[in-house]
Design a protein around this ligand. Sequence first.
Ligand code: COA
Length: 331
Amino acid sequence: MRLFQPVPKAVDTMHLRDFNDSDADYRALVELENQTWPDTPTTVEAQREMVAARPDIRWDQRVCEIDGSVAGLGSCGAAFWLGEPGAFHVYVVVNHAHRRQGIGSHIFRDLLKRMPPADMQTLNSGCREDQIGGLKFLQAHGFVETGRDADAELDLAEFDIVRLAETCKDPSPARFRPLAPLTEDCPDWMERFRDLAYRIQAEAVAPEILEKPSAQQFAEEHLNARDFNPYLCWIARDGTDWIGLTELRSMADDDTAVEAFRTGVDPARRGRGVATALKLHAFASAKAQGYAKVVAHGDPDSSIGHIHRRLGFQFQPAWIGMQKPLQPPNP
Ligand SMILES: CC(C)(COP(=O)(O)OP(=O)(O)OC[C@H]1O[C@@H](n2cnc3c(N)ncnc32)[C@H](O)[C@@H]1OP(=O)(O)O)[C@@H](O)C(=O)NCCC(=O)NCCS
């Protein structure tokens, strides 16, 4: 006689099916999403709009039911927003009450089984750093981190350039000015600015090769851009050399904020506090112009991320990009 009945695993009682276009499925999706991401709530309408806006690509969505109610959902399809051929994306979410019972893994394997392996060159996913379950789940399925991205914000009311400057390195002999007066005083400002901006951008996109824009192209795309402000673009100079720049740009959807757009310093002049000083000047200018905050996006562990932290930016939890190394298809 058996004394103990084995506890049935969730995988034994669950049923997988396709997501359908019904309001009931959309409501279940929204409920799961809002339970998991309460700080960025979504609605049925927003989810339907996202689907309507999606290009005509392969996109599989699966629903896991237990006793007739939705316990988890997953989707997998071409990651068109990455612009890389063969890039796929997978996402799984499971109701809190049903986690750690193998449901997420079941949905994940089912989704992958359905994907055409020859079309898939990379399998991408991601998770916010505060979703420990999501991170561990992806790691357990062989995903490795590819990068981090976080939103950060500096409250300019709290920003005190004098106090901060005392705690930062003395960047001399570098000198700092906004681009606006340099366009009056420096006859070859355009060529110098174009060259510096190009070098910084070329380093940022390497190993991709970036062609230097013509003077006309640079004027059209950079100087005449609607959000470009030569008073919020600061230049560092050493003697007659232009050695660094930082740019803040206005934002289309928030006229109280500027965005940290681009910063770079000549490799030979790094480590001397030039980027920090550029940012201090630019933030002080933004404050003087009446802006309330500076927003930034990027890797919180990069050198710019460290500078921002030091200058008082508050960071949101980072989004961690992850990728699963795939077996090459059999020849
Ligand atoms: C990620 C998620 C879908 C996992 O669902 P799940 O049904 O709990 O996952 P499984 O039970 O199949 O877990 C498989 C393995 O992942 C790891 N794992 C999952 N959650 C974990 C947690 N909270 N802590 C540590 N490890 C965890 C474990 O190795 C686990 O195996 P084990 O239970 O035998 O130790 C669920 O946590 C979730 O909905 N998170 C929010 C959405 C999200 O972040 N998705 C990730 C991006 S795809």
